[in-house]
Design a protein around this ligand. Structure first.
Ligand code: NAI
Ligand code: MG
Length: 320
């Protein structure tokens, strides 16, 4: 159960998400932002209908999606507003500005860039720019650094055969486990079973993680880092109907043969040997299992992956 301290912190956090009032409200006389008496020596920004929000780190967030009729706001007016506002925010001690720009208002990006803003990230319909206002180098966190790929090693324990594919759009044809890129908000095990089904038509159940590969400067990840996770899956259907667009071949291959063949990608050979060891000696020797727990964020859950603890782990660690 969460204590009172958490509640107080939670309320504080909620407060920070509200539009700025006292700080931007001329000592309480006005509820409108950007009407605060300007710091000495700086002129007051004109009102253009944007409500900056303060975050818990002392930064400000401004979203141009708040503009009621963006088409009637000229670049020159926006330029003056931004310049005056930045001067005021700096004088007030704010550490940074986050500027969210819908794609259709992209003409304001160049205006912001002229004042020192740089891209932080972009999604399909908006870009986020930042400007560091405090002393020294920016301490703002950078955006995503990795892409996540997940493959499924689907092993039929009754026959000792494992499901393998050859990708269609590759220069060399090598056997690999079916898999692909994780979708936003998707659990690792779900990516594995979804990709296996999409590429091969085989239904399967997630059992455990087997390995994680981290590869920097990955050409397939636009030069970013790539995390490639291979899961152990158990099949619940056996008749292959593979995706002709993505795969050239697909078959159930003897696991021992996959571990030996030179016609597999190096990581596939490595994992085939690991899987063969687990098949013979017990999967508990190789599995990284998953447990689900409630997160500190209300209503959310997270998945924790770790080696399985023995039944008597509480006794051996004196944690009753
Ligand atoms: N050594 C191995 O066994 C291999 C491991 N991987 C890993 O698998 C993960 C990605 O799996 P994939 O099967 O590649 O993903 P995926 O199954 O999600 O397929 C990606 C699709 O996007 C298409 N595609 C990629 N770049 C494209 C472009 N520039 N223009 C048009 N279409 C494009 C591909 O043809 C493919 O159909 C990564 O983590 C990667 O590191 C990928 C290939 C081999
Ligand atoms: Mg794939």
């Amino acid at each position: 159960m969460l204590g009172a301290g958490w509640w107080a912190r939670g309320r504080g956090f909620w407060r920070l998400l509200q539009p700025l009032e006292p700080r931007f409200g001329a000592g309480g006389r006005s509820r409108l932002p950007l009407r605060q008496h300007a710091a000495q020596g700086s002129c007051r920004p004109a009102e253009i209908g944007l409500q900056p929000r303060r975050d818990k780190y002392g930064g400000l967030s401004v979203s141009l999606s708040q503009l009621r009729s963006p088409e009637s706001l000229g670049e020159a007016t926006f330029q003056r507003w931004l310049q005056d506002s930045v001067r005021q925010w700096k004088a007030e001690g704010h550490i940074a500005v986050w500027l969210h720009v819908p794609i259709l208002q992209s003409r304001f990006i160049a205006v912001a860039a002229e004042q020192g803003f740089t891209f932080h990230h972009a999604e399909s319909h908006s870009a986020t720019l930042t400007l560091w206002l405090a002393e020294g180098c920016s301490r703002l966190p950078i955006y995503a650094t990795h892409q996540l790929g997940v493959a499924g090693a689907v092993l039929d324990v009754h026959t000792g055969k494992v499901l393998v594919v050859q990708d269609r759009n590759k220069t060399t044809n090598a056997w690999k486990f079916p898999g692909g890129l994780s979708e936003p908000g998707e659990d690792i095990g779900n990516t594995a079973t979804r990709e296996v089904f999409e590429e091969t038509g085989i239904k399967s159940e997630f059992k455990a993680l087997l390995s994680i590969r981290q590869q920097h400067r990955h050409p397939g990840a636009f030069g970013k880092s790539d995390l490639y996770i291979i899961c152990r899956l158990e099949p619940s259907s056996f008749s292959i109907s593979f995706c002709q667009q993505e795969c050239l071949r697909c078959e159930w291959m003897d696991l021992t043969e996959l571990a030996k063949t030179k016609e597999a990608t190096p990581i596939t050979s490595n994992i085939a040997r690991l899987l063969l060891y687990g098949y013979r000696e017990g999967f508990d020797k190789i599995d990284i299992t998953m447990r689900e727990f409630p997160a500190v964020y209300t209503g959310l859950f997270y998945k924790l992956y770790h080696r399985q603890l023995p039944e008597d782990w509480r006794n051996t660690t004196n944690l009753q």
